[in-house]
Design a protein around this ligand. Structure first.
Ligand code: ZN
Ligand code: ZN
Length: 187
């Protein structure tokens, strides 16, 4: 995602191929300043190192999920390595400012202890907390269904109906669409 005035950009959850991400960055002509991780699961952080090395961007993750980076950096199962420490530890209410992009960190644990959503410009990046007609799994270590539901109700369902939601997986949606039709939420 980039800001139009100065071509500064940030990347949320570089999970897939660093090469592909970097070619998109190049196409858009962005200077990537920050890599924000909505949580520490493998499918969201797989390309962190490659993207960081190529762009020099800082890596930010919530304090409670920083351990995932450390653990993966020590692991020999994966033949690509990870930066062991993030450059920036995030907490609830923190501001993320890159160029003219301004987002607020919402700590929404449940899928993962350090799971966050990013809110700004009428848009919510919901990580693996909320999906289009779905919610995050809570059967991973540190997961909690009641915590996840509580966060969805008290942090996300209080947002305006027209807030556009970009989840970590699947199609984008809006808060209103989920409020009305998400089968996991009581009406
Ligand atoms: Zn996940
Ligand atoms: Zn995921």
């Amino acid at each position: 995602m980039g800001s139009e005035s100065d071509n500064e950009g940030m990347i949320i959850d570089p999970g897939a191929s660093a090469k592909q991400i970097l070619s998109t960055v190049k196409e858009l002509g962005l200077n990537i300043r920050l890599i924000v991780l909505t949580h520490g699961h493998m499918d969201h952080i797989g390309a962190v190192k490659g993207v960081k090395q190529a762009t020099g961007a800082e890596v930010a993750i919530h304090t409670d999920d920083a351990k995932f980076l450390r653990r993966l950096s020590l692991s020999t199962i994966y033949n690509f390595s990870f930066p062991s420490t993030p450059d920036r530890l995030l907490g609830d209410g923190d501001s993320i400012d890159v160029g003219d992009l301004h987002f607020t960190v919402l700590h929404t644990p449940g899928h993962s202890p350090g799971g966050i959503c990013l809110l700004g410009h009428g848009v919510l990046f919901s990580g693996d907390t909320l999906f289009n007609y779905g919610i995050g799994r809570t059967d991973f270590p540190g997961g909690s269904h009641s915590q996840l539901m509580n966060n969805i109700y008290t942090r996300l369902m209080v947002l305006p109906d027209d807030t556009v939601v970009y989840p970590g997986h699947g199609p984008d949606t809006t808060i209103g669409t989920e409020r009305r039709g998400n089968p996991f939420l009581r009406s």
